[in-house]
Write a protein that binds this ligand. Structure first.
Ligand code: BYC
Ligand code: FE
Ligand code: FE
Length: 480
């Protein structure tokens, strides 16, 4: 198949694409067989009862810097899910590992076939999983503006599934086609056939959880995609690069959603002269202590998505050139990492110690640390809100060992401050640290459907501006 470099997106095709699908009939036929299965999945597991709505969505029309964001009303099942790769750089070479300096691969080398398939399947599995987790949220949207943002995120996660399914069909033969089918069969939270990674089987039962998920968990997506954007397997690098442009909006939705929630709570506290943090609840807003518990939960669950701090899988992926560090091709220094070390924390003798480990085995920890630095930046921005309003409360990230199920802290009982305690001691405090059933019930009690243009639920402040320079009270979703 010719993979011509600056191919425009062809919308006359049933599957919009810039990979010259029309030039590879058998691939096109295989994907056209998968397409109705995808639409069935969208119908059964995607946003519930939304088939008649018209939503003001952004659709990619070209992968150029400004051409990919084209806005207009779309009925969601008619969204043009397509296959878009950033243009190929014919001179691209491998930036790291054993094959450093060799030309990037346009096909999958036999020795890396199963590892690459596994990475692509794991990545692909998260995309529909998140749509499933968010299936019912439309019914309790705090505004039309927010409803539209939810649906924008949902259709783009659907497109990210397409991005991985294209790679499976194009490069992995019959195995790839079988994996593509299985991606539509697993279901988030299904006891018999769950999604692959733990965080994608958690419930996203209300909008606070959705905003937290978009801030914390979509950002794992950003960092994993950034690592895959360095891959020696060029089609994977090119498709993840384009996914990253879409991801930025998901992160914005999360960060701004939480910021507006904090803003509203702080405003109510200030207007009514409330000093006792818990009292804010009585005024129909989410108190800051409860918000901190959600931070603790979503942060710790997302840290598990990086895998073990010490991982031979991660070392093999790096040495093979499958998955790099963030910005690998721009990093200075040694790109083989064989003689380097990196600090990791672990529990030793009843305390937490830091020790140096071979850098190659610590790549999961390193990617996670890059992620944490960005998360901390977001918390710093959130903290300016209570600061501005004179409220003496600041959000803090718990210790990396807190509430972990994967990696070196799994099986240990670590407090948010990083103390090592017994299970009994930890469980006695858990309700202060993590959202309880009562917290979820309270948050859920605030959620009611607000669908009048320009109106917002009581618990959240309006955004500063609308989408695509439109006013905040624009009808972002139409029910007629
Ligand atoms: N849950 O060497 P280890 C996104 C397994 S998010 C369950 O520590 P490795 C998105 C692991 O499979 C980004 N199992 O880990 C966000 C292995 O099993 P085996 C998604 C887990 O392999 C929001 C064993 O434990 N993309 O896009 O280095 C909305 C030991 O593994 C988990 C990717 O993750 C877990 N959390 O790293 C929508 C990128 N963690 O071999 C979308 C692709 C580990 O013993 N995936 N295990 O059977 C990867 O690069 C790697 O699979 C991981 C794990 C980083 C996830
Ligand atoms: Fe995604
Ligand atoms: Fe995302």
């Amino acid at each position: 198949m010719s993979d011509s470099q600056q191919q425009p997106i062809d919308y006359s095709q049933s599957i919009p694409n810039n990979v010259d699908l029309a030039g590879d009939r058998s691939l096109q036929r295989a994907l056209e067989r998968w397409q109705p299965a995808f639409l069935n999945w969208w119908h059964d597991a995607g946003p519930e009862d939304t088939h008649q709505l018209r939503v003001y969505l952004r659709t990619a029309i070209s992968v150029d810097r400004d051409g990919w964001a084209n806005f207009g009303y779309v009925r969601m099942p008619e969204y043009r899910w397509g296959i878009f790769l950033t243009p190929r750089d014919p001179g691209r070479t491998i930036a790291f590992g054993d094959h450093q300096g060799q030309p990037a691969w346009q096909e999958v080398p036999g020795e890396y076939r199963s590892a690459l398939r596994r990475i692509i399947v794991t990545q692909g599995d998260t995309e529909p999983a998140s749509v499933e987790q968010q299936r019912l949220l439309g019914k309790t949207c705090p505004s039309l503006y927010d409803l539209r943002n939810l649906f924008q995120v949902n259709v783009e996660e659907g497109r990210h599934l397409w991005a991985m399914v294209y790679l499976l069909h194009r490069f992995f033969g019959r195995d790839g086609r079988e994996e593509a089918e299985a991606l539509l069969q697993r279901r988030s939270g299904d006891p018999d056939n769950p999604r692959i990674l733990t965080a994608f089987n958690e419930k996203t039962g209300h909008w606070l959880a959705f905003f937290m998920f978009a801030f914390f968990t979509d950002r794992d997506g950003k960092f994993q995609l950034a690592a895959l954007a360095e891959s020696a397997f060029d089609p994977l690098a090119r498709t993840t690069r384009f996914m990253l442009t879409e991801e930025a909006h998901h992160l914005f939705v999360g960060e701004a959603g939480i910021a507006r929630t904090i803003q509203r709570t702080c405003e109510v506290m200030k207007d009514r002269g409330i000093e006792d943090l818990a009292e804010a609840r009585q005024h129909g807003v989410i108190d800051l202590v409860t918000l901190q518990k959600f931070v603790n939960f979503h942060y710790s669950v997302t840290l598990d998505l990086y895998g073990s701090e010490l991982s031979s899988n991660a070392a093999n992926y790096f040495t093979g050139g499958l998955k790099g560090r963030v910005g690998e091709s721009r990093l200075s220094g040694d790109h083989s990492l064989v003689n380097e070390s990196y600090p990791v924390q672990e529990v030793d003798n009843g305390g937490i110690v830091t020790r140096q480990a071979p850098a190659l085995t610590t790549l999961n920890a390193r990617l996670r640390d890059d992620y944490i630095a960005e998360i901390q930046g977001g918390l710093d921005r959130w903290n300016r809100i209570p600061e501005r309003l004179g409220i003496p409360f600041r959000f803090r990230l718990p210790h990396v060992g807190f509430h972990r199920k994967i990696g070196s802290f799994a099986g240990h009982w670590i407090t948010p401050e990083g103390g090592v305690v017994t299970r009994e001691q930890w469980e006695a405090r858990a309700a202060d640290w993590l959202p309880t059933g009562a917290d979820h019930a309270f948050v859920t009690s605030l959620m009611g459907e607000v669908v009048t243009p320009g109106q917002f639920a009581n618990w959240i402040a309006p955004p500063v501006r609308g989408i695509n320079n439109l006013p905040v009270d624009f009808a972002y979703v139409r029910f007629d």
